[in-house]
Design a binder for this molecule. Sequence first.
Ligand code: SF4
Length: 476
Amino acid sequence: MCGIIGITGRKPAGTKLFEGLLALQHRGQDSAGALTADHTVHLKKGNGTVAAVFNQKNLARLTGTAGIGQVRYPTIGPGSPEDAQPFYVNHPFGIAMVHNGNVTNYADLRRELQSQDFRQLTSFSDVEPILNVFAEELDKTDLNRFNPASVFRAVRGVFGRVHGAYSVVALIHDRGLLAFRDPFGIRPLVFARQGREFAFASESVAFDRLGFRRFGDVAPGEAVFVDLRGRVHRRQVQRGTPRPCIFEFVYIARPDSVIDGIDVYEARLRLGERLAVEVARQGVQPDVVVPVPDTARPAASALASALGVQLREGLIKNRYIARTFIMHGQERRILSVRQKLNPVRSQVQGRDVMLVDDSIVRGTTSREIVQMVREAGARKVFLAITAPPLRFPCVYGIDMMTRGEFAARDLTVEQIRRVVNADALIYQTYPGLVAAVRGHSAVPGFCTACFDGRYPTGVSQRYLAQMERERRSWLE
Ligand code: SF4
């Protein structure tokens, strides 16, 4: 899970990249980086949050009116400083790149590129193969007659050779800013313009900070190139089959974002309304509905009003602890839950409490929360989840890579209920999830692979087994 941004226009880009990255910070806290260009390129990147990596002094060195940036959370491995983005190659022209996603033929591409004397990779980041393939494909065009068509040809080459999910923003030095999205559009990529200023970002929330008011999406399989004169060239490089990640709307994206034409906050309200239908169908009657902060809050409020039950903030979050879902190590996660959340005794004591959360990944977090609310005096604790059970690994850049990690991998709902020790466990239905997220949008389908195992790009058992091995060795 990463957040990316690119900006080009007539005003200095450095501070804007910083502002945009701050708005995307929820997508990754492991590393942050930005690169700008004027007569030369300026790069600053490192491990840590945006505020930890950037300061007034290094931001002042990010001169130029165009630039790209990234915040990163690693999907495999602990994430070394060498893996921080952006990455840069000198030839042709000088190209810098950031991405969000996961390349599923990374190992093959790495071998292929490393076998060439002039392409040595310097990290284990999968943006490096994308960047090198793009550079190679661009190099095949007539560089003396560089034009948008050369860029689109090179992107077509990338689509042919790079598999998996990737949304990309690249700066071609002295030529322009490029963005493209894989033909399934699994990871989001939004495009905004305001007069002669242009920006791309993982989520529209980045534009709010920058004052952009009008935006749309880069379509799956599309490339958008903004040249130095501010002319926008768009090309559907490959026919797209839209399958945006449905989990963005459940958990990942900020609720104040709009991606793929879907308002994330409203999607979460609809998830709550759909979940209320399931709760009522199962005949579960809480006295009070309590959101597990923060992602589930809109869904919990919609569920409470659909059921005609009070909504109470019965769990208070310490905002200075990192998100549990993306912390490594079982013990760290359990400790973190107690550090992060605390029940409001007056709101749960003697009541039948329905907790609403967005997902159960390993079950340890949910079990701790249920236990905490019991200890605070709740009579019964029900758990309602705004999505169906997570059963399959994500191979597209979200940190839940092995089947072995899921509480629900081979268990029935009743068995999971016992794992989390709730008095009732109600999951969203699969049709409920899809209908709620889609709303009235035109999105024809979503990636729902972590719920149903249907990977839009197809994925071999060999790859899944290899992911499982790599991830297990990292977690051990
Ligand atoms: S597998 Fe799940 S988390 Fe991964 S891209 Fe698909 S829907 Fe999103």
